[in-house]
Design a binder for this molecule. Sequence first.
Ligand SMILES: Cc1ncc(COP(=O)(O)O)c(C=O)c1O
Length: 461
Amino acid sequence: MSANGSDHPTNLQESAKRHMWLHFSRMSSYAGQDMPLIVRGEGPYVFDEKGKRYLDGLAGLFVSQIGHGRTEVAEAAARQAAELAYFPLWSYAHPRAIELAERLAGMAPGDLNRVFFTTSGSEAVESAWKMAKQYFKLTGEPTRYKVLSRDIAYHGTSMGALAITGLAAIKPPFEPMAPGGVRVPNTNFYRAPSFVADDLNAFGIWAADEIERAILREGPDSVAAVFLEPCQNSGGCFPPPPGYFQRVREICDRYGVLLVSDEVICAFGRLGYYFGSQRYGYQPDIITFAKGVTSGYAPLGGLMASDKMIEPFLQGEASFLHGVTFAGHPVSCAVAMANLDVFEKEDLLGNVRANEAAFRSTLEKLNDLPIVGNVRGDGYFYGIELVRDKATRETFSDEESERLLRGFLSHALFEAGLICRADDRGDPVIQLSPPLTCTQEHFTEIEQVLRSVLTEAWSRL
Ligand SMILES: Cc1ncc(COP(=O)(O)O)c(C=O)c1O
């Protein structure tokens, strides 16, 4: 029952404070202030309950590639719900899942021809790890179970995915972790070790070779897979140095380790290609995806596996002993098809490729601010690292970071009409990932809001 005792709450704010439990949120902070309520979306903008407009500079949560309010996608969902609302993929198939699987296989690099659907990114990552483990059990290498992933990388929150996630700070409440998660360095060149700090290529080789060293340290016959995002989100958009992925591929091949490209954010146009691995020119054994596959009009995730991965599962009594009820939901698959139709009709990949240089140069104007240390990213995916001292790259103390990011920036940016993320899971960064329909007018709006709010933040330090 609602806060006012009726079945029909009259005050959403009051009801939210009484009944909602928000993800990764300090609930105490809503005791003295309203919960942001987003009620409607249109193109790259969303609106709150008072009608105020915000530029959705994070595409919700790296999700809304085609923007909000697309009635053709909503209608596809309605048609599918009327025709076949639900049927499981446990020993059955249905037309929309088949059509989508075929379409995705046609778009993916190389022979990633098999699609295992899930409902989310965490489930996709979790499924990929389980698939890798069972694959090795079936192919006579039963001791391979460990997974390498990079410092500060986020790969999800379910217990398996959390063991792959490289953010130490979000783990203690849930320890002990599932065994087998091993960390390697990320590709934050701005924070590169001094011996490779002046040479991006050398840094890339060093970071890739750290993966080889970790495999050797752990014992090659214990390592199942390496999980890497094409461009690492958490920590503030770390693109791979040139040649990094090619070297990682060689290392994986040398030691029989699977390369999993976690493209939950980077797929579906975020980097100007359907898959981030296509942008950076490498061939994964598995791609995990979610988010942009439906642009958020319905939840869907999944993984795409190579012909080699499915091979042992095609024999005799073998089956992948894993499944989830709503994976590949018919409505979500219909939505994904309609979403991809919009991508094609409006050439959204072309839009990102044509405008990404303008997005970059507009954000780089912020380099004249004393608090902006580094602007980095690719496509429509950027991180802006904030520093206390530009010359020395000194970062903020925990107390300053708390005051700056949580105490001021997040709220001030929202108040100024820009939804983006002020994040300090690594060094403090502002994350940007707007809908792929955005053009210069939106980049300018983002830059102007950031300029005024970051200037104010600096004056408060
Ligand atoms: C790279 C990556 N992997 C996995 C996940 C987990 O996805 P979900 O939140 O859908 O479970 C995320 C979420 O942001 C992600 O960015």
